[in-house]
Design a protein around this ligand. Structure first.
Ligand code: ADE
Length: 253
């Protein structure tokens, strides 16, 4: 997959992508990363890429022309199957695992990390396919959100993870949070690992883990369950929780 990032801080983005799973994917060629600096496309010797907002107000706005030149250049570097251009912005649709999955299936992705008070809207209208936010808070720029997206998308690209099975069993893969994990020692500060995990009974372990995932999701993120039809096992686990009086709310089953 080709991933381009338009950023005035390419060193920051590069440094974060030198390590870990995505760093390895870049080195192995599964991900082709290109960092493009809009300052290189500024139209004056001072390399100006921002200006005061028309109509007044605080802060500076990123100018349309250097960004447009930057995108045109980036698209010549990407593979020729068409590039999806995403601008990181608190005004965008919220990023989630399902969007990560869809983005991991495309051939080339161009991420635009804005800075300052915003970006000239005429550039956004003409060059951006979608605006994406990583959550309801405001950061000082789009670099960290771009890195979040690259990490979440990059690890889903085939050949990236040493154990691809983990993608199918982790949080959100089936709309549930992850089940609790344990490793050695068997007893830590007086607390033992659940017996079932030591039983060697794979079916029982799978059922226990699935039930724990449902319990956790109901207790911590009921919105994930309430937004869809429940499976029979989900209904059974939530009913059992209700009966043992661990819940405060009435389940809608
Ligand atoms: N830029 C600033 N804040 C952001 C956010 N929450 N998501 C995406 N881009 C941003």
């Amino acid at each position: 997959m080709w991933i381009g990032v338009i950023t005035i801080f390419p060193e920051l983005v590069q440094a974060a992508l030198n390590e870990g799973v995505v760093g390895r994917a870049i080195r192995s060629g599964s991900i082709c990363l290109e960092l493009i600096n809009p300052r290189d496309f500024a139209q004056d010797s001072a390399k100006t890429i921002d200006d005061r907002p028309f109509g007044g107000g605080p802060g500076m706005v990123m100018m349309a022309e250097p960004l447009a030149d930057c995108v045109r250049h980036a698209r010549t570097l990407a593979s020729n199957k068409g590039t999806t251009t995403v601008m990181l912005s608190p005004q965008g649709e919220t990023f989630d695992q399902s969007m990560a999955r869809k983005l991991s299936e495309i051939d080339s992705l161009l991420l635009i990390a804005g800075r300052y008070e915003g970006v000239d809207e005429r550039f956004v209208e003409r060059y951006v396919d979608r605006e994406v936010s990583i959550g309801d808070y405001v950061l000082s720029g789009g670099e960290l959100p771009a890195l979040v997206i690259i990490d979440a998308v990059g690890r889903l690209i085939s050949g990236t993870l040493s154990n691809p099975e983990s993608v199918g069993t982790e949080s959100y893969s089936d709309g549930l949070l992850d089940y609790p994990q344990f490793t050695r020692p068997r007893c830590f500060e007086g607390s033992s690992v659940p017996d079932v995990l030591l039983s060697g009974d794979h079916k029982a372990i799978e059922t226990w883990r699935h039930n724990e995932a449902i319990k956790r999701t109901w207790e911590r993120r009921p919105d994930l369950l309430l937004s869809r039809r429940w499976t029979e096992s989900e209904q059974a686990v939530v009913r059992a929780l209700h009966q043992t009086d661990k819940m405060s709310d009435e389940p809608t089953v």
